[in-house]
Design a protein around this ligand. Structure first.
Ligand SMILES: [Zn+2]
Ligand SMILES: [Zn+2]
Length: 296
């Protein structure tokens, strides 16, 4: 199984369009791994997770054609993860060759607005397939399990475990602390032998302190979740522990009572230095990983 990170930034991207804070300016001047598109992941060349506004930019950066994508998993409908206009370009007038039907999975509230698109599913060559948290299904060579997230509660955001090619990966962006049902689902997977080879968990808020019920994680909570995955036997001993969905932060996110406290995720090198002692590595745009028995 091959993973290609198409984006590893939060809603505003990194650096943010109109922001000149220290983090955003440092990213602009350094470039490289500190520049982050909005989050998305490509697995092999036929499974895409999320469909946000930077998908086109990612295809330019990696000289990618997406015509082989048969499966799209949507975590939720926030604008950094789902740009409905992307569907338009699947119509015959923009995509000249035969496209395989793309099966689109997500929670019912996430998919609902897509039923009202001005183009028909037949024109777009898509099938919408609502799934429930806790549900496991087979799609082509992949077995996928959807788990509940504590984020965008009105639309039931999901995290996913994808199994295929003898490997398993957890992709958990925009989740907040894992709800008890998510842990139960992960432990059911581990009980039938599907232990994670890679876990990708958001660390959106970086060094900022967060209340326990926040809809995002900071570095400490991301590290703690990776640790729990190991302790509960959900992750294999050699599991790659990754962080993603980084926000540079902004002053209004800082604790208003302590406006000078640090906030946000610093640029890549500092983020890497903060996470490395815990065995967690920050993903970056263009990071490519191979998992499973065929991995090098
Ligand atoms: Zn997001
Ligand atoms: Zn979100």
């Amino acid at each position: 199984m091959r993973l290609l990170f198409l984006g590893t930034g939060a809603s505003q991207g990194y650096p943010a369009l109109f922001c000149a804070c220290d983090n955003c300016d440092a990213a602009r001047s350094r470039g490289g791994k500190s520049l982050r598109r909005r989050s998305a992941l490509l697995i092999d060349d036929d499974l895409l997770i999320d469909f946000g506004p930077d998908l086109f930019a990612a295809t330019l950066a990696h000289r990618l054609a997406l015509h082989r994508v048969r499966y799209l998993l949507l975590t939720h409908g926030h604008g950094d993860h789902l740009l409905p206009k992307n569907f338009d370009y699947r119509r015959a007038q923009w995509a000249q060759q035969d496209l395989p039907t793309m099966e689109v999975y997500g929670s019912e509230p996430t998919l609902r607005p897509l039923q009202a698109l001005e183009w028909s599913p037949a024109e777009l060559r898509v099938e919408l397939r609502p799934v429930e948290p806790g549900q496991t299904w087979q799609m082509g060579p992949y077995r996928v399990t959807a788990l509940p997230a504590h984020h965008a509660l009105g639309q039931q955001a999901l995290t996913y475990v994808v199994e295929g090619d003898g490997a398993a990966v957890l992709y958990a962006t925009d989740t907040g602390a894992f709800p008890a049902h998510a842990w139960a689902g992960l432990q059911r997977l581990a009980a039938r032998g599907a232990r994670l080879d890679a876990s990708v968990i958001e660390a959106t808020m970086g060094v900022r302190p967060l209340p326990p019920d926040a809809g995002h994680m900071n570095f400490a909570r991301c590290v703690e979740h990776h640790q729990q995955l190991r302790e509960r036997g959900v992750a294999s001993e050699r599991c790659l522990q990754l962080a993603t969905h980084f926000a540079p932060g902004c002053r209004q996110w800082a604790d208003r009572a302590h406006p000078d406290e640090p906030y946000g995720a610093p640029p890549h090198e500092e983020t890497s230095a903060l996470l490395a002692p815990h065995g967690v590595q920050p993903a970056y745009d263009g990071l490519e990983l191979r998992l499973g028995p065929t991995a090098r």
